[in-house]
Design a protein around this ligand. Structure first.
Ligand SMILES: NC(=O)C1=CN([C@@H]2O[C@H](COP(=O)(O)OP(=O)(O)OC[C@H]3O[C@@H](n4cnc5c(N)ncnc54)[C@H](OP(=O)(O)O)[C@@H]3O)[C@@H](O)[C@H]2O)C=CC1
Ligand SMILES: O=C([O-])C1=[NH+]CCC1
Length: 352
């Protein structure tokens, strides 16, 4: 594989200073497919798992791009994911479905349930899909974008491992518990936000540790409960929630609605199930899809157009929309390629 070498600063989000290589999107795809196949992931899973990793790199989301291949390989090697799991869809009621991921990665389970979720949302106006027994290592925006692509409003959340202390406490209890929301926009990119309910995704702290860089204050506390800017000490202690008690309550909500509400694990239970393997989190995910025509019928287009004033109100004062950075990267990387830290590239190349 021919790759371009260069020195990089802090350009891409999560990208460390130091030597980097530039890969075309095709090279990123080839690398992802090769690594996953080499480590025994069944062919049916390779495409969907690789797609989320390639999309992460394309959108310059370094914490959930090719870096995630290391976690995938580790999870495969530790036997904490079923590499050839066959997801099974269960129709629960007119507005509800479950997908049993059977211990496999979440991506194939999501793709398997998606058509029925869309059909139910269109029929009922709102529908929810619970994915059970899945290994989730990825960003959630590819999933909400799969629904906004169909003209649906989307919400998704999942617990992870107990790495985050509740506001006012010092012991890890919550996962990094991301929440993603998507709103389809006429003739443009959807409005999408997707964030961990911790101050930052754990992957971002791992990238700082790899790069030997300090982390900002307010992300973590060490094992003694003291604030720390040392990535290693923070990972050994606990992450903090974003927005204090507000992020803490949202994180608890994710634990509840994508855990016990759908008969699946909390982040504490996921970590206990992991049993020290340090594999990716295991448990459930909740996805909700809303058809604007459900409430509005033929008036849906008019009201969706009216909603555009909100986005204009944000951007016209110089503020940016969430995902605007990602969408800009998405338009750039097909021509410019993806910059990856050289050390990470070499580690992945060895795994392929
Ligand atoms: N599967 C799992 O268990 C977990 C997955 N994750 C994933 O990690 C990823 C990163 O999470 P996190 O570190 O919290 O995300 P970030 O803090 O990087 O970004 C959160 C959101 O805020 C937007 N944003 C950032 N800066 C601004 C700004 N100045 N103005 C407006 N919007 C802004 C981002 O858009 P943009 O992208 O355009 O910058 C993004 O939509 C997520 O995709 C999440 O799904 C996290 C935890 C657990
Ligand atoms: O960055 C993060 O916090 C995680 N990403 C996938 C599982 C947890």
């Amino acid at each position: 594989m021919h790759v371009y070498l260069q020195r990089c600063g802090m350009g891409n989000k999560g990208m460390s200073a130091g030597e980097s290589v530039t890969l075309t999107l095709q090279q990123v795809a080839d690398l992802a497919h090769a690594v996953l196949r080499r480590h025994g992931l069944a062919e049916a899973h390779v495409g969907p798992v690789a797609a989320t990793i390639i999309a992460g790199e394309r959108d310059e989301c370094a914490s959930h791009g090719v870096y995630r291949l290391l976690n995938c390989v580790h999870t495969l090697n530790s036997g904490k994911v079923v590499p050839d799991a066959v997801p099974v869809v269960h129709h629960v009621s007119p507005a509800l479905l479950r997908v049993d991921a059977a211990g496999g990665f979440a991506q194939l389970a999501f793709a398997t349930g998606l058509p029925l979720l869309v059909e139910k949302a269109r029929t009922m106006g709102i529908a929810a899909m619970g994915i059970n027994r899945c290994v989730h290592f990825a960003a959630l925006w590819p999933e909400v974008e799969a629904l906004t692509d169909q003209g649906l409003v989307a919400f998704a959340c999942t617990p992870s491992h107990a790495w985050v202390a509740p506001a006012g406490g010092t012991s890890p209890l919550f996962g990094t518990n991301p929440i993603a929301f998507g709103w389809p926009r006429p003739g443009g990119d959807p409005f999408v936000f997707d964030f961990a309910t911790s101050a930052v995704a754990r992957g971002e702290i791992e990238l700082h540790r790899r790069a030997g860089k300090p982390i900002p204050e307010g992300w973590t506390i060490d094992a003694q409960g003291n604030p720390t800017t040392d990535a290693e000490a923070g990972l050994a202690g606990a992450l903090l929630t974003f927005g204090g008690h507000k992020g803490s309550a949202l994180s608890a909500m994710v634990e509840l609605i994508a855990g016990p509400l759908i008969g699946d694990m909390t982040s504490a239970e996921s970590l206990a199930h992991d049993d020290g393997a340090k594999a990716s989190p295991y448990g459930g995910e909740l996805i909700i899809a809303i058809d604007p025509a459900g409430f509005l019928g033929a008036a849906a287009a008019e009201h969706m157009q009216r909603a555009e004033a909100l986005f204009d109100g944000i951007t016209s004062q110089g503020a940016r929309l969430p995902s605007q950075r990602r969408f800009a990267a998405r338009r750039r990387t097909p021509a410019q390629g993806c910059r990856i830290p050289r050390a990470l590239y070499e580690e992945l190349a060895a795994l392929s």
